[in-house]
Design a protein around this ligand. Sequence first.
Ligand SMILES: O=C(CO)COP(=O)(O)O
Length: 253
Amino acid sequence: MRKQIAAANWKMNLTYSEGQQLLSDILKENIGGKENHEVIFAVPFPYLAMAKEKTNGIQNYHIAAQNCSHKKSGAYTGEVSVGMLKSIDVNYCIIGHSERREYFNETNEVLAEKVNLLLEAGMTPIFCCGEPLSIREAGTQNEFVANQLKESLFHLNADDIKKVIIAYEPIWAIGTGKTATTEQAQEMHAYLRSVIAAQYGADVANEISILYGGSVKANNAKELFACADVDGGLVGGASLIATEFVEIIKALK
Ligand SMILES: O=C(CO)COP(=O)(O)O
């Protein structure tokens, strides 16, 4: 049974003490969830150790970085390597968020390098994909997103691709309050699973969690997560409010 995942992406928000408070408020709710549930907090780099300590020992709760370098080590001022993350026991990392693709020029090719480094280190990549509004309006979103997967992930063997979490985040739905309809989400998720199945077989495709991201809130999470191919969400704005994120965790199927 594939994992159902509620992942918080704090992005570049909150002070250290606000982050501590938010985690305390969420964790005190003690939502154990089911065995196949996972809760992930992708926090800013300076808060990773704090978040790690706070969630220590809580089953199925994990900490993620929001990015990593595509270089292993060396003279790359300001970058954070996969090895550094691993050395403080961070085992998940978001890569390819549309904000990184747009503002930091990350390409599918660079993301393939990041995927390789993360998997080599035994970490779990949370690979983001999704189309801009212009592509959606042109009706070519399926080809666009499939190509992101192909160029960044399809060099992997079946064992490795099974370790990747995919997050479909249509860019027009991020931070806009405009959620994809359940039909739009389900349609894309099923399509992506079919693309993976064509490459690796249905058994592999059925093991991969595909999260939806883009204006997930407490009041729409249940409906979105109920879709057969939506395995939870990657949540921005609503993950900064304890009561909202708690409800989103509870909405996992
Ligand atoms: O980008 C997102 C998560 O990575 C989604 O952000 P919002 O939930 O704020 O739309």
